[in-house]
Design a protein around this ligand. Structure first.
Ligand code: GMT
Length: 377
């Protein structure tokens, strides 16, 4: 099939998932056309079936707000027309679903019907999308999508709760390529970070308020009072300066490292002993799933869709949002002895395998086939 994928190209989970999906589909022989404003972060290798179309938004003195959505719709029309695209899969409702609606209407006038699948990822519904500034357009464009999917059951419920829509939402969980993440840790790297065998604890996010990075640091400090550890903070975002400032004032400063944005998560995660995700909400928690695929147990909150991936007392533990005492206690329980830690590690991997790329990508392919088949009737 010839498929157009529209996503945010940045480090956010929705862009990562969309890019990994496109790569997996290309490996299966589909032609994938990415449409976005910058080369997606995870799209680093050449692939004969993958094409990247950059959306450029010309500036003009009149434009305080250059119209990205208009440029995106025009690019969709161009790519679809010139590459015989059979369907368009947009990730993150704003503004991708409404731009897709506009492109679809333009193409319809030209006698071409291109079905649209919209995948909801989380903040497009729970945070930004339900704001009254965007809500009518998000509601309309969800209803106009041929198929609507959500990355967790929780997100599906949140969508019905927050929007007046009577459309079926298919749940297709996010996935991870377990083979890629399940690697032997590089001992020299581990030795460099934790020269005295300290436990390596990792957090990765876009450092937005919703991630509660301060809770990550406070949980680590509590763990560190009982056993020596090193905290690696991966990613960047608006809360990073504040997070760095609180670390500068604490005694454990030498045990905390801010590594910034990292493309090769599969190189770093295998050296971790534990992954911390203290978010106020996660529709899914793709970062935690990637950690589990690298055989790393997860201490997380029980918010949103996290209980759908992290199993309490099995692949890690879950606590109420903000309960850093409980998170630290649970981390220490995992580190109780080697045998317990190894059991949690093995369980984390077993849990990740349920969301392996080979189990999930065919679910999208099935949807695509149903749409294209329906159209041929
Ligand atoms: O977490 C973010 O702020 C980024 C956001 C995104 O859209 O890139 O992530 C959302 O989508 C991911 C992929 O489906 C999910 O794993 C994250 O849980 C979800 N984030 C939130 O719901 C806060």
């Amino acid at each position: 099939m010839n498929i157009a994928i529209v996503c945010y190209p940045t480090f956010g989970g929705s862009g990562v998932l969309a890019t990994e999906l496109g790569k997996a589909l290309a490996d299966k022989g589909h032609n994938i056309h990415f449409i976005t404003y910058q080369q997606p972060v995870r799209l680093s290798h050449f692939h004969t079936n993958i094409f990247y179309h950059e959306v450029r938004v010309p500036t003009y003195p009149l434009f305080d707000y250059p119209p990205y959505e208009t440029a995106l719709s025009s690019m969709m029309v161009d790519v679809i027309t010139n590459n015989n695209i059979q369907l368009m899969h947009v990730h993150y409702a704003i503004p991708h679903a409404s731009a897709a609606y506009m492109a679809k209407q333009i193409l319809k006038k030209q006698g071409r019907h291109v079905p649209v699948i919209t995948t909801l990822h989380g903040t497009d519904i729970t945070l930004v999308g339900r704001d009254k500034t965007y809500k009518p357009v998000v509601t309309f464009s969800m209803m106009e999508s041929d198929i609507l999917t959500a990355v967790s059951h929780n997100l599906k419920e949140e969508t019905y709760k927050n929007f007046d829509i009577d459309k079926n939402i298919e749940v297709i969980h996010n996935f991870v390529d377990v083979k890629r993440f399940h690697r032997k840790p590089v001992d020299a790297f581990k030795q460099l970070i934790a020269p005295n065998g300290e436990k390596i604890i990792v957090h990765a996010s876009n450092f937005r308020k919703v991630k509660r990075v301060e809770d990550v640091i406070n949980t680590f400090l509590l763990i560190n009072e009982k056993m020596p550890g090193k905290l690696l903070l991966l990613g960047d975002g608006p809360e990073r300066p504040y997070a760095e400032s609180i670390c500068r004032d604490c005694a454990a400063i030498n045990n905390i490292k801010f590594l910034g944005k990292q493309e090769q998560m599969e190189d770093i995660l295998p050296i971790a002993d534990l992954f911390l995700l203290t978010s106020e909400y996660e529709s899914f928690g793709l970062a935690a799933l990637e950690a589990m695929a690298a055989e790393v147990p997860v201490i997380s909150t029980n918010a949103g869709g996290l209980p759908e991936i992290n199993i309490n007392g099995y692949s890690g533990y879950m606590s109420n949002v903000g309960d850093v005492q409980d998170m630290a206690k649970n981390a220490l329980a995992i580190f109780k002895d080697k045998e317990t830690h190894n059991r949690f590690k093995a369980n984390a991997l077993a849990q990740a395998i349920k969301f392996d790329i080979d189990n999930i990508v065919p679910q999208y392919e099935k949807l695509y086939e149903s749409l294209v088949f329906e159209l041929a009737q």
